[in-house]
Design a protein. Structure first.
Lengths: 458, 368
């Protein structure tokens, strides 16, 4: 049986090429690995190697032919006796089909998750009447969330720089080493790329790592693992590879630490499919959402804010306070204008709303809490009510979460808009060190108030 | 042996800090970077049983024929994108992976991954169908040549970013240690990846934490088009663990029995709780870096020399014939493998592409 030799594609983009030279003639015996011809593309000259053995019986495209399309039969090869190219006489039974459960993948080899995973909550849990509240700092709330999840699930551990013996660079992991020991609270060297990869690999291997970055500025050294390894592998594996890792740490501007230590990575990570991105503001949300993040089967980027760590808020005295990922929260109801924000911006938005109330403008404040997936319904429902919307974001304006919210309002809320959506963001410059310049660069309540007045035409 | 550096000696006087181990590696004043080479050299070729030898031959030949067919399908436009063939390097994956305990151990590698999967006995149809981007592919057609996984076999990819698999492998090893499951991680990377910074970040933590991991440099002499001596100040890669107190081994990666013997030594060391090993397997890839590489950076004669005098399959064939196998017996093995590969190619060509609905599945595991 003759084997057809076809013009090969030698690169991902090649469509045609020149058959520069035949290195074998009709009648020649060909062994696998022999170079039969040379083919030229616009990029290179490549050798066309034989796969099968036999005799070259007919050359159909002469040397020097240009623009030979990929797939054109260029020669015939006569196999000898045992024809290697002949398909097996009877097709073997197809590989055993594995049922493909949505969201589960062909995960025939993975051990089932030993921890119960309740159906995702659609709204915040009702706090039963009579429940007490304890004023808790955001720092303590985050620690409590980790401690509770570590007690609940032995697979959960924390790793990062200074998380154990030093008790955390910002004291978020305070006390964890004493309770859980060095196996589960691991001090790493200063080696972000390396330990982000190790944390990600440990998650692939079945553990539940919490990887603390001293700040997210340093995670830029590790961003390859967050995006290429953690976010994409489940998809690329057709649902086989889980990566339940939490990357957490302070994000955004701190105080007088200048440009390299002051950046909001919310928009960066929120642009990546395969990641969950959470940026809470108050203690209750920090606790409830970090617990949810640790339980999630997906990789989570959990963005905290150093300036908020020390602020205290009431947290309900509940044994297991877990909040839904992907749900925004209406922090203050209002009817005249909606202020959408997240993280430290929420505090400024609430402050602005108080000022606006004094001027007779009733502002609604929405805390997005989760940046990916974004809760568009809550934003659009509020817009439908107030017809005016601004976004307050401690971060650069270009390609920001604010940009995304504006896009959502244009695409899905256009008919409800009585004014253009405005964004109040940091100045579009690297954050300066000088106190006065830093103040000029960062958002504040006064600028939010001004934008709200503007969309209310007041 | 040379005197110990004063730093290590003074560190030893300090009380052992609280850590994951009773003593940090740097507390060991008697530390001598020992090579595992002497132990390996003492028994350099694994004494395989006739059955094992035939199994190695069959597995290496399957990789060879599979890759030849993949190259052919690429030429026909049935495989797209990047496709990196393992031809010439077969002895490395087979020698090492035949020594694993597949109930416990994990494997991770870079994008030249077809051979490592075939070494597990994973159905070539599922691998070839992934190369052609079909629903039946092992990653449902969504990963392609560079991104294939089998959690069932504890094979964790198949990673496209050069060197990333080394740190991820460190994490798999951490999981073995954390779960105390007795397993080790075998993490492969190339001579090109050996110059990535994260490899050394991982060496440091693996040694510091005594992780059960064998790092394997598959030195195929060229990082894409750059010969090792043009890219690497130290081309004897097994030495590169020295700064981290990781013992090295230098192995002829063109001889499956030698690789297997080295694997026995390295795995025993790691399983005894003595921490990581760095093994350099010297090998040679016959084809270009990827299908679109014309390989103009080396001579035809150099490739021919390797094929004619160092080929791992021909080498084992010689040993088999010396031990009494006949040409005909080996030829019939080849014939059966060719048929199996032809069947896989046929399956990969004819099975359907993913449903359009697969576009949006597997992005996230949970619903939010």
């Amino acid at each position: 049986m003759a084997i057809e030799l076809k013009m090969p594609a030698l690169s991902p983009t090649m469509e045609q090429g020149t058959l520069a030279k035949w290195l074998k003639a009709e009648g020649d015996r060909i062994e696998p690995g022999d170079i039969i011809a040379e083919i030229e593309t616009d990029k290179a000259t490549m050798e066309f190697e034989a796969i099968d053995e036999g005799v070259l019986t007919k050359i159909l495209v002469p040397a020097g032919s240009e623009d030979v399309a990929v797939g054109t039969v260029i020669a015939h090869l006569e196999g000898e006796g045992e024809d290697s190219a002949a398909p097996a006489p009877s097709p073997a039974p197809a590989a055993e089909a594995v049922e493909d459960v949505p969201g589960e993948g062909k995960d025939v080899g993975r051990k089932p998750n030993p921890m119960p995973t309740p159906a995702p909550a659609r709204r915040d849990p009702q706090v039963p009447e009579g429940t007490g509240f304890t004023s808790t700092s955001v720092r303590e709330a985050l620690r409590d969330a980790m401690a509770e999840e570590m007690r609940r699930d032995p697979r959960v551990f924390v790793m990062g720089e200074e998380v154990a013996e030093y008790q955390g660079a910002y004291k978020v992991t305070q006390g964890l080493l004493d309770e859980f020991g060095p196996k589960r609270v691991i001090d790493t060297p200063i080696t972000e790329y390396g330990f982000a990869g190790i944390g990600t690999g440990a998650a692939m291997g079945g553990l539940r790592p919490i990887v603390e970055f001293m700040t997210f500025n340093f995670a830029m050294q590790a961003i390859d693992h967050i995006i290429n390894s953690a976010a994409k592998t489940n998809y690329m594996s057709g649902g086989q590879m889980r990566c339940p890792v939490v990357f957490r740490g302070p994000n955004g501007a701190a105080s007088r630490v200048a440009a390299q230590h002051s950046q909001n990575y919310g928009p960066w990570y929120a642009s990546v499919p395969g990641l969950i991105v959470i940026a809470p503001y108050d203690s209750g949300d920090a606790k409830g959402l970090l617990k949810a993040a640790i339980r999630s089967e997906d990789p989570v980027v959990f963005l905290e804010n150093e300036l908020v760590y020390g602020r205290s808020f009431d947290v309900p005295d509940l044994d297991d306070y877990v909040l839904p990922i992907g749900k925004a929260r209406v922090m203050r109801e209002g009817s005249d204008v909606t202020i959408v924000s997240y993280s430290i911006g929420v505090g400024l938005a609430l402050e602005a709303a108080e000022t606006l109330a004094g001027e007779g403008i009733d502002a609604e404040v929405i805390d997005l809490r989760t940046l990916r997936p974004l809760d568009r319904q809550t934003v659009l429902a509020s817009l439908a009510k107030t017809n005016r919307l601004i976004v307050a974001e401690e971060g650069w304006p270009t390609c920001s979460i604010a940009s995304e919210i504006i896009s959502i309002c244009m695409e899905e809320g256009f008919d409800h808009l009585d004014a253009p959506v405005l964004r109040v963001c940091n100045a579009d410059v690297p954050l300066p060190y000088a106190a006065n310049l830093e103040k000029l660069a960062l958002i504040d309540a006064a600028r939010i108030v001004e934008a709200a007045r503007k969309v209310c035409y007041k | 042996m040379a005197k110990q550096p004063s730093k290590a000696a003074s560190a030893a006087k300090k009380p052992a800090p609280r850590g994951r181990k009773p003593a940090a590696p740097s507390d060991d004043p008697d530390f001598i970077l020992h090579s595992l080479q002497d132990e390996f050299e003492a028994n350099k070729r694994y004494k395989a049983s006739p059955e094992e030898m035939i199994a190695f031959y069959r597995q290496m030949l399957l990789i060879r024929r599979f890759e030849e067919k993949a190259g052919q399908l690429y030429g026909l436009g049935l495989i797209g994108g990047f496709c990196h063939l393992y031809i010439g390097q077969e002895a490395v994956a087979i020698g090492l992976q035949s020594a694993l305990d597949n109930d416990k151990d994990s494997v991770i590698t870079g994008y030249r991954d077809h051979g490592h999967m075939l070494a597990y006995g994973i159905d070539p149809k599922l691998i070839m169908a992934e190369l052609t981007g079909r629903q039946a592919g092992i990653s449902k057609g969504k990963g392609g040549s560079m991104h294939m996984f089998s959690t069932e076999h504890k094979f964790y990819g198949g990673h496209g970013i050069v060197g990333a698999q080394v740190a991820l492998g460190g994490g798999l090893a951490l999981a073995h240690q954390y779960n105390n499951d007795g397993g080790l991680c075998l993490a492969y990377f190339g001579d090109g990846a050996a110059n990535q910074g994260q490899v050394y970040e991982t060496f440091n933590m693996a040694a510091l934490w005594n992780l059960p991991i064998v790092f394997v440099v598959e030195d195929n002499q060229y990082a894409m088009g750059t010969a090792t001596k043009r890219s690497s100040a130290e081309t004897r890669f097994y030495r590169r663990g020295t700064a981290f107190r990781i013992p090295g081994m230098e192995v002829n990666g063109m001889d499956v029995l030698e690789v297997r013997a080295a694997a026995e030594v390295a795995f025993a060391h790691v399983r005894a709780g003595k921490g990581p090993v760095l093994m350099e397997c010297n090998t040679y890839r016959y084809r270009g870096h990827s299908m679109s590489d014309p390989a103009k950076y080396r001579t035809r004669e150099e490739v021919q020399e390797q094929r004619e005098h160092h080929d791992p399959i021909e080498g084992l064939k010689k040993t088999l014939i010396e031990s009494g196998k006949t040409e005909d017996e080996l030829k019939s093995i080849d014939k059966a493998i060719r048929a199996q590969v032809a069947e896989a190619a046929d399956f990969a060509e004819t099975s359907p592409e993913p449903e359009a609905g697969e576009l949006t599945t597997d992005v996230l595991v949970e619903e939010y």
